[in-house]
Unconditional design. Structure first.
Length: 242
């Protein structure tokens, strides 16, 4: 069978790399002839899907827009299981990556474990989500592991309780660490290696000196990868000094 790239080229599909100041680089497919969706021809996986299933977070971190009154005061909106099932049916068969978080805390959604389990049935090569770790528990951890999630990134911004909790307001350092240990224990008991646990660190003046200790703690907890990003300051949160 011809490769996806060969057939895409044969049909006149053009990969057009664009850069937009607000959203950054992305790939778009421009159709020429014939006007047929390539997914109908091949069922080839070519989409990266990233979405929130709720507009809520249980924390109010010092640098996050969820600490803004205008965001926190918005009505709660949660994707229904029916809507998720429709998206899954239409999109997941051609998805190569599914990231079930784009800023909100996915574990705030009442049916998030069920959504993960449904996604797992579509054999998507890479399923991931971001979490602050506070809402992990003995009930949802086994379901997350069994659903076939590949990566779970935990937001982790300090190597000490004082720094961590000053940044991740509403979180508890020891609670998140205990939840990570429980997830690793559950993986061992089930005889699986996934999901990999990653740390996502927002670097700022308050925590940058603790980065070496965050790396040491990550190794101790069996965290597979640590990624760091620069803080994006919101004027209303007065974080420019960070």
């Amino acid at each position: 069978m011809r490769s996806f790239q060969e057939i895409k080229g044969h049909l006149g599909y053009v990969v057009n790399l664009k850069t937009e100041p607000k959203w950054g680089a992305h790939v778009s497919l421009q159709r020429s002839f014939p006007f047929v969706k390539v997914s109908r021809l091949l069922r080839e996986r070519f989409l990266t899907v990233r979405m929130d299933v709720i507009n809520r977070c249980n924390l109010h971190c010092k640098m996050c827009y969820f600490s803004l009154d205008e965001v926190r005061s918005k009505p709660r909106v949660e994707m229904s299981e029916l809507v998720f099932e429709r998206i899954a049916h239409d999109v997941f068969p051609v998805a190569t990556q599914l990231i079930l978080s784009a800023g909100a805390e996915p574990l705030c959604a009442a049916h998030f474990p069920e959504m993960l389990e449904l996604a797992g049935k579509y054999q998507i090569p890479h399923i991931a989500f971001f979490t602050n770790g506070m809402l992990l528990n003995e009930q949802n951890i086994p379901r997350i592991v069994r659903a076939g999630v590949n990566v779970m990134t935990v937001s982790f911004d300090g190597a000490t309780a004082a720094t961590f909790e000053a940044i991740r307001r509403g979180a508890r350092f020891e609670t998140v660490v205990d939840h990570i240990r429980l997830l690793q224990k559950t993986k061992a008991e089930l005889g699986v290696t996934a999901p990999d646990i990653h740390f996502g660190v927002v670097l700022m003046r308050s925590n940058i000196r603790e980065l070496p200790d965050i790396l040491r703690l990550a190794k101790e907890l069996g965290v597979a990868k640590v990624t760091a990003s620069h803080l994006v300051p919101y004027q209303e949160l007065r974080t420019a000094e960070e």
